[in-house]
Design a protein around this ligand. Structure first.
Ligand code: UD1
Length: 446
């Protein structure tokens, strides 16, 4: 049975949020545990479906993995055959992080196409080219990728065609146990790359320059395990800030790294919000009843405005007094949520990599469908400012990256809860029709 996220808009959000561990740090770190000869304990792991899928992949690779309270405990067992199960591989993009660790652990890796959010073309050519330069052999046969490294991987001096976050992480994981020295040039500088490097260094890896465009790695024959707490989730942080900005609210983020949210805060301050750092790990934002337009916001590689936050922060500007233009230089289809914004009554136009927002009438609750993970969070932020009830379908996307978005918003005073899709249908008297159709005809439509 499906579920929807039900939000009754119009509440001013206020309160305090402790940020969870970052999904985009956690997932490569879980894969990297395969490189370790000793046990790994990852602290404060949120309950995300991407984590469940990662656990399936780790178990298939021969790791013993179990939850202990909020932590995950991982220890090496018998290495598997190198084949990864199609289900979890196809469910998330992060299955690509298993290539390099599996080559070190099993000498081979075989998997189908990694899944993930439909944000436009997402090739993995840089991952594969870099691994080939380090000695991996093989490639695609139809939709199945098989790589082998009979002689092990060796260090190289490699320049990435573009600063891909995932490819930088893949090659970092390949290099820490390769023979000799690797230099990665044109590397991604995202905080999650730095966090992966910190985890690997905690396990004994020798890495220098993570967080800059050039990373040096001295390969080690063996890595130990470690106890590690990954960095705070800056995209969940941006979601909370956007929710407060959208509703004229006031929030404090705790356990955050304010520097990681600088580009987001700058846009919100330009639109009339007040922000204040409260020590090294806390940030307060207070929004006016209505934002000014954002002007032009261009999302790009760190430290620029984060692509993941673009649709979410854009949603906060649907009621703004002036125009806003969001452009994403990273992915071709970042703003698929624009159809949902329109259904809620916003004045938006999406074309290619750009989303234009102009002041329009008030937003009204509607039934919409999350097109992807961050697009789903963006629809929630939009629904918080709409008059009446909104129902957001496609919640499986949202659950990939937010432990419990409804509870998170409720803690700040929102009227938000999960509801069975079936009960919505029964209420509509439209059993059997698809979610959008049944909602469009529904008596709960304002
Ligand atoms: C990671 C994040 C994702 C974020 C993105 C950009 C994780 C699990 N996901 O995704 O949330 O939106 O960084 O900050 O960390 N590209 C190629 N060839 C490659 C690799 C990438 O052409 O081999 C292109 C992609 O199509 C995309 C761009 O490079 O247009 C950036 O992708 P990348 O930085 O690799 O993003 P991901 O690692 O997939």
């Amino acid at each position: 049975m499906g579920e929807v996220l039900r939000i009754a808009g119009g509440k001013r959000l206020e309160g305090e949020v402790w940020l969870p561990t970052a999904k985009n740090s956690l997932l490569p770190i879980l894969a990297a545990s395969l490189l370790c000869a000793g046990p790994v304990r990852v602290r404060q792991v949120p309950r995300l479906t991407d984590v469940d899928n990662s656990l399936e992949l780790l178990r298939a690779a021969g790791m013993k993995a179990r939850r202990e309270g909020e932590d995950l405990s991982l220890s090496p067992g018998q290495p598997g055959t190198g084949s990864l199960p199609d289900g979890p591989v196809g469910a998330m993009r992060s299955s690509v992080f298993y290539l390099a660790p599996m080559l070190h652990r099993c000498g081979r890796v075989s998997m189908t196409l990694p899944g993930g959010c439909p944000l436009g073309p997402r090739p993995i050519d840089i991952h594969l080219d870099g691994l080939a330069r380090m000695g991996a052999e093989g490639g695609w046969r139809g939709e199945r990728l098989t790589l082998e490294a009979p002689e092990g991987l060796r260090g190289v001096d490699y320049t990435l065609r573009l600063p891909s976050v995932g490819a930088t992480e893949t090659l970092l994981m390949a290099a820490v146990r390769a023979k000799g020295i690797t230099v990665l040039r044109g590397a991604a500088r995202e905080p999650e790359v730095v966090d992966l490097a910190r985890f690997l260094m905690a396990c004994g890896a020798h890495i220098c320059g993570a967080g800059t465009g050039t990373i040096w790695i001295q390969g080690q024959e063996r890595l130990s395990g470690a106890v590690y707490r990954p960095v705070a989730d800056r995209i969940v942080g941006a979601t909370v800030l956007a929710a407060a900005a959208a509703t004229g609210g006031r929030v404090t983020l705790r356990r955050c790294v304010p520097a990681h949210l600088e580009a987001v805060v700058e846009v919100l301050v330009r639109a009339g919000c007040q922000a204040q750092r409260l020590g090294p790990a806390a940030l307060m934002l207070e929004a006016p009843p209505r934002l000014e337009g954002a002007g032009l916001v261009r999302a790009g590689e760190y430290p620029a405005f984060p692509t993941d936050a673009a649709p979410i922060v854009a949603a906060a500007f649907l009621r703004a007094r002036g125009n806003s233009h969001f452009e994403d230089t990273v992915f071709a289809s970042r703003f698929s949520c624009a159809a949902g914004f329109s259904a809620l009554g916003a004045g938006v136009q999406a074309a290619g990599r750009r989303l234009d927002i102009r002041p329009f009438g008030p937003l009204k609750g509607a039934c919409v469908t999350a097109p992807d993970l961050r697009g789903g969070a963006a629809l929630a932020v939009a629904a918080l400012q709409a008059e009446g009830v909104s129902l957001i379908g496609g919640t499986a996307h949202i659950r990939r990256g937010y432990g419990d978005l409804a509870a998170l918003l409720r803690r700040l005073g929102a009227d938000a809860r999960w509801q069975d899709e079936e009960s919505t249908r029964t209420f509509d008297g439209n059993k059997g029709k698809n979610f959008l159709v049944s909602c469009a005809e529904s008596s709960i439509r304002p």
